[in-house]
Design a binder for this molecule. Structure first.
Ligand SMILES: [Zn+2]
Length: 87
């Protein structure tokens, strides 16, 4: 009889350990995933900022609607206002 109690306690302890192990493992995985997402986000935001800085050089704001248009465009793509360089 005492052997059954010992086996029961052992199994209960094993199950408790297994559940804790799973919970801790998933928490570790989540933090790793969160760090990866953070790195990807930083990467994308960094690229976007660099892209924005580069695009400022060949873009200007439409005088009519303030929409960002390329300096090479003759007509604003947003409001249709004729821009310079009509020759
Ligand atoms: Zn415009």
């Amino acid at each position: 009889m005492i052997v059954l109690v010992i086996i029961g306690v052992f199994i209960a302890g094993f199950i408790t350990y297994w559940i804790l192990h799973e919970v801790i493992q998933s928490a570790v995985d989540n933090s790793t995933m969160a760090r990866n997402i953070q790195e990807i986000r930083d990467h994308l935001v960094g690229n976007k900022a660099a892209e924005q800085a580069a695009s400022d050089e060949d873009h200007e704001n439409c005088p009519g609607c303030n929409h960002l248009v390329r300096k090479t465009e003759k007509v604003c793509g947003n409001c249709g206002l004729a821009l310079r360089d009509w020759d």
